[in-house]
Design a binder for this molecule. Structure first.
Ligand code: PBG
Length: 347
């Protein structure tokens, strides 16, 4: 330990503390703190999820997600304008079909809810990037992400989500979204080979320029609870543990990501975000060349909202701290229900 030279110490600190050991010097003023800030969340990072439903004049607030709505098509233009006005570059679209069946027919119908919504969004605000979620669970009567096994075929249990049988359906859905005008498709079903199947399906029809954002690393998470109200996509029986990842596994995430890169994914996603910051970080480090998105999911949003409504936390500070943490962990892109609020807060 050295002292300040005159043997008396200083008013600013205890005698003998080495000058080099004072990180607080760079925290003295807002200007200094700004200069040394390592992570900046920008509105450019955000993707805002949108739920579309049939009917007219519908603006249904989702009970477990205050401030998030299901919109009918006629209300979309105004909502899209307000999103673009805030500077948010992209939306992620989810549809609630009129009817559900075993295959999820409306999922690839030319006049399906998502296809109509895409056309309306691109008409109203052409510069807003429209990403579509590609999965079966909102469309199948089972609420599952694929076609189901019946009987005990090949040793698979009754109700097992069949992988290879589901792939052509996913490719067909993605193609129909492309034809409607989507800027990017985002398969979320965690079927093996889904990226390759969608890539081949798009390329064969002349859509080789359309990017795929793969939900590459998606966990079987209880944090999706409120989303399943919003998109009416809860499984009628069972759960998603036979295809979504076990929350205990991190090394396996690298395997999932590597396969999707090999299959032609243009961007990767880790989902959820908050309980998986380590996975975001290692995906970032192992795939430095890939744009990486993180999905700050419905349950993460709902917890903040609920605590804030009780006056237990400061919503603005907590939400920005969470978004900063996700970015600091290594995400380039953050899909968040807080995007509109955050865009105003950080403006
Ligand atoms: C599947 C899908 C889900 C979410 C996004 N896409 C639900 C699920 O896998 O059960 C969850 C998003 C959220 O919780 O915000 N189409």
């Amino acid at each position: 330990m050295s002292d300040n030279g005159n043997g008396r110490g200083t008013a600013a600190g205890p005698r003998g503390l080495a000058d080099a050991r004072r990180p607080r010097r760079l925290r003295v003023s807002p200007g200094l703190r700004r200069l040394v800030r390592e992570t900046r969340v920008s509105v450019d990072d955000f993707v805002y999820p949108l739920f579309v439903t049939h009917g007219t004049n519908v603006r249904n607030e989702i009970a477990s997600m205050p401030g998030v709505f299901q919109w009918s098509i006629d209300k979309l233009a105004a909502e899209a304008e307000s999103i673009a006005e805030l500077g948010i570059p992209a939306v992620l679209l989810f549809g609630l079909p009129a009817e559900k069946d075993p295959v999820g027919t409306e999922n690839f119908a030319e006049d399906g809810i998502v296809q109509r919504a895409v056309r309306e969004l691109k008409r109203a605000v052409p510069e807003l990037v429209v990403v579509t979620d590609v999965c079966l669970c909102e469309y199948t009567d089972s609420g599952h992400c694929g076609l189901l096994n019946h009987g005990e075929a090949r040793g698979l249990p009754e109700g097992y989500v069949l992988n290879d049988e589901t792939l052509p359906v996913l490719a067909r859905v993605a193609l129909s979204h492309a034809e409607a005008g989507a800027d990017m498709v985002a398969p979320s079903g965690m079927m093996d080979g889904m990226v390759a199947a969608i890539r081949a399906g798009l390329d064969a029809e002349g859509w080789s320029h359309l990017p795929i954002l793969s939900y590459a690393v998606k966990y079987a998470s209880a944090f999706y609870g409120p989303f399943r109200d919003a998109a009416d996509g809860a499984p009628a029986f069972g759960d998603r543990t036979s295809h979504q990842m076990d929350p205990a596994n991190a090394r396996e995430a690298l395997r999932e990501a590597a396969l999707d890169v090999e299959e032609g994914a243009d961007m990767l996603m880790v989902k959820p975000a908050l309980a998986y910051l380590d996975v975001i970080r290692q995906t970032r480090e192992n795939f430095p060349e890939m744009p990486l998105a993180a999905y700050n999911v419905s349950g993460e949003y709902a917890m903040v909202k609920a605590a804030a409504r009780n006056g237990w936390i400061d919503e603005r500070r907590v939400a920005l701290e969470i978004l900063t943490g996700i970015k600091r962990a290594g995400a380039d892109i953050i899909i968040s229900y807080h995007a509109k609020d955050a865009a105003l807060w950080i403006r």
